[in-house]
Ligand binder design. Structure first.
Ligand code: NI
Length: 391
């Protein structure tokens, strides 16, 4: 179960978390959060701090012995939500809230740094603690940190996310594709506007858009292999200013979700072919724009197996839940472009204390009892991966 040092640090972890919770900051604006983290990290002997990006901070711990390099990453940004929890440490910033639990992620990583700095003589290799900004806002902080070089020489990367789906004391584990790739499409249907009484003199883009939207429903069912999960959703539609004028253009915007890399790469061409064909058949034209969001987080098989074992050894077999892929995006994938890694869902659902509200909700409350589980996992993970006889 828990080691003494994790239990001893647990009240401090809650304090750190509440401090960050009370002062949330939006993506790419985490200046005071970064200052707070730097202040705390500077108290830890043996850490070297780096600030390769405007916000966010990296702490490097070199073990006494040579070995592999591991990156542990926590995101630190909050969301544009007005908090409605009435907690004593609720957000003091109007319209901004730590509603995804990133305050907890940062607090657990800080705890791991404190604990591991005391174990330098037992570490064969190096740990990089990445307090990463801007997970919530594509193109995301992870890609920016990687461009700044923080992944150079890293052999393995790990991260976790609190989850209000799985109960406290459990870990949601999955080898292979864990989160979906989240991309955006913008299709502008170009027709010819005019008087509603004379449609024969116009090219009505609304009628064309209706056909395009209907045709998009066949992309997943007819063009993608049945065993590959994918979603194509139209979420925004805008056209027209008056009841008796056929407009000149219609804008269709939506998102796609995929797991498989090939499926993801294939979708833009399929969408564009459908839209263009239908527009031309109706005498119109179209412009298509595709914007890439986060890629899918793909957990390395071997590292997943290893982490699963660490969790089972520490908390028992019952703590490991084999989970299905998750649809939300996650920019940890940008770090996995550079090395293999493993991302775990840390159970934080507690029916008894009413911590059941989903993330990104104004009434989201974290079950702080989950924090020692994440801390212990990060601690044991590094002790294991950087031990003398690690495989
Ligand atoms: Ni999140």
């Amino acid at each position: 179960m828990f080691s003494q040092e994790v239990l001893a640090l647990a009240p401090q972890v809650i304090q750190w978390r509440r401090r960050m919770h009370q002062h949330p900051e939006l993506s790419f604006q985490e200046f005071s959060t970064t200052d707070f983290l730097k202040e705390e990290l500077q108290k830890i002997p043996g850490l070297v701090l780096e600030t390769p990006t405007k916000t966010g901070v990296v702490a490097v711990l070199k073990g006494t012995h040579p070995g592999r390099t591991i990156a542990l990453r926590a995101d630190i940004d909050a969301l544009p939500i007005q908090e409605e929890t009435e907690l004593p440490f609720a957000s003091d910033t109007r319209g901004v809230m730590h509603a995804c639990g990133h305050d907890g992620h940062a607090a657990m990583l800080l705890a791991a740094a404190v604990l591991l700095a005391k174990k330098r003589e037992q570490l064969w290799g190096e740990v990089r603690f990445l307090f990463q900004h801007a997970e919530e806002l594509p193109p995301g902080g992870a890609a920016e940190m990687a461009r700044a070089g923080v992944m150079a020489g890293v052999d393995e990367a790990y991260s976790l996310h609190l989850s209000s789906t799985f109960p406290t004391g459990t870990f949601g584990v999955r080898a292979g594709a864990l989160t979906s790739a989240t991309d955006r499409f913008d299709i502008r249907i170009i027709g010819k506007g005019g008087h509603s009484a004379f449609p024969e003199t116009c090219v009505d883009p609304i009628v064309i858009a209706a056909q395009v939207i209907t045709a998009l429903q066949t992309v997943v069912s007819r063009r993608i292999r049945a065993v590959e999960p994918a979603v194509v959703s139209v979420c925004m539609l805008s056209a027209g200013q008056a009841y008796n004028i056929i407009p000149g253009e219609v804008d269709i915007t939506g998102s796609t979700r995929t797991f498989d890399r090939d499926t993801r790469e294939k979708l833009p061409a399929v969408l564009e072919q459908l839209a263009r064909g239908i527009c031309e058949a109706n005498g119109g034209a179209c412009e298509c724009k595709f914007t890439k969001g986060y890629a899918s987080v793909i957990n390395d098989k071997e590292l997943t197996r290893n982490s699963r074992q660490i969790i089972a050894d520490t908390f028992g077999d019952g703590a490991v839940l084999e989970i299905d892929p998750l649809m939300p995006g996650e920019d940890f994938s940008s770090l996995l472009d550079h090395c293999p890694g493993f991302f775990v869902e840390l159970g934080a659902r507690n029916e008894e204390t009413g911590c059941t509200v989903p993330h990104h909700n104004s009434k989201y409350r974290m079950d702080e009892d989950a924090l020692p589980y994440g801390t212990e996992y990060l601690y044991q993970l590094v002790l294991n991966r950087l031990s003398r006889d690690a495989d």
